[in-house]
Design a protein around this ligand. Structure first.
Ligand code: APR
Length: 260
């Protein structure tokens, strides 16, 4: 897509944002790749290097060697190294500051929307968050940093309270999503009049129902993604482009319109 096309499309998205009453942003791993976090199914995605089967709750619980590999990855900063929000995260946070964001529903576990400035109560993390570790037996929760600090001497940390299996508080395949989060995100999707999808293949359910609920409730759909998605044909605006660059252009147009 040429530069002029992207800018024209960005202007169309800005028009939709300015006129929307309730805008829901739905984000996937593609919004965080420009922060240095690999996505899952894009080029060089995580699933081209790791086996998604190892991230099923069944295999994580059954195989200590699988848990050891994942704790080693975390000790090396593999998934939660010190990363910073990028222009796309800051653009979404600016939408909130301008009073043009109802909420963010994210599949990401990196906390970058909150770090960029979106208030916690406006971020619905469908797949949990890597800031914490949970004991699968007594459900006690620990800060991720506390467990990582133990990894230098323990390759398989156990719950100090009950010796149970510890797992990062992200949702693994085969695990239930946090029900209260999913139902509030679904409720918001049914109420929004604009749903902006940023950086997702929209192939993992039930998360991918969110933009579908919005569409079925009559909301306009915007998709900003590198690569096609199953919802492209239902998008009012669909941009093939990098999240940071596109959202930067969008917010330039939003600022100009609001200033008029
Ligand atoms: N700008 C725009 N799009 C991008 C960018 C970028 N800078 N970088 C990557 N993308 C696109 C990729 O091409 C891909 O189409 O973002 C999409 C990311 O899709 P996935 O890797 O499938 O990530 P996501 O949709 O979030 O996956 C959903 O699957 O494995 C599970 O739990 C995991 O939450 C994850 C879920």
């Amino acid at each position: 897509m040429g530069g002029d096309d992207i800018d024209k499309q960005a202007e169309n998205i800005a028009e939709l944002i300015v006129n929307a009453q309730r805008c829901l942003v739905f984000s996937g791993a593609g919004i965080s790749t420009e922060s240095g976090i690999p996505d899952f199914r894009g080029e060089d995605g995580i699933w081209t290097k790791l086996d998604p089967e190892d991230f099923t709750i069944q295999r994580f619980v059954a195989r200590p060697e699988v848990r050891k590999v994942q704790w080693k990855l975390l000790a090396e900063g593999g998934l939660v190294k010190n990363v910073q929000p990028n222009a796309a995260h800051y653009a979404v946070a600016e939408m909130d500051k301008l009073g043009k964001l109802d909420c963010v529903v994210t599949q990401n576990i990196d906390n970058l929307h909150q770090t960029a400035g979106v208030p916690d109560d406006k971020v619905f993390e469908l797949h949990g968050n890597m800031q914490y570790v949970r004991c699968l037996s007594c459900r006690k929760r620990f800060p991720m940093g506390e467990i990582i600090s133990r990894l230098a001497r323990e390759e398989l940390p156990e719950c100090e309270a009950c010796k149970g299996i510890l797992k990062p508080d992200a949702v693994y395949f085969g695990e239930m999503l946090p029900q209260a989060v999913l139902s509030e995100a679904s409720r918001r999707a049914n109420l929004c009049d604009l749903c902006i999808v940023i950086g997702s293949t929209l192939v993992v359910y039930p998360a991918a129902y969110i933009p579908e609920y919005a569409f079925n409730a009559g909301a306009k759909i915007v998709i900003i993604n590198i690569g096609s998605t199953p919802m492209d044909s239902r998008a009012a605006v669909r941009i093939e482009g990098k999240a940071g660059e596109v959202m930067g252009k969008v917010m330039n147009h939003v600022r100009n319109r609001i200033r008029k």
